[in-house]
Write a protein of this length. Structure first.
Length: 90
């Protein structure tokens, strides 16, 4: 379980890298602002997981599963918006 927590706390760093790549590609500002809000949400979720781990060890797997589902949805949304934005250019 501690290994899962190490990876879960590293997820915002991965998302920051993905976000930086999208900035270099030059997406619209509204999508970038949305990305910042999503990153803040995920970092706060990770802090919540870390606090929750010291108080209740049983519910931690449910929170990690919920967070992973959110991350998958966010990544697919970013991919789809990038696809549609490049559709007009190509």
């Amino acid at each position: 379980m501690k290994n899962i927590l190490k990876y879960a706390r590293g997820i915002p760093l991965i998302l920051l890298y993905i976000y930086y790549r999208f900035i270099k590609n030059g997406l619209y500002e509204s999508i970038l602002k949305l990305g910042v809000l999503i990153l803040i949400l995920l970092i706060s979720l990770n802090i919540f997981i870390y606090v929750k781990y010291h108080t209740e060890k049983k519910r931690i797997s449910n929170i990690i599963t919920f967070m992973l589902i959110i991350i998958i949805i966010i990544i697919t949304l970013i991919f789809l918006t990038n696809l549609f934005l490049n559709w007009d250019q190509g």
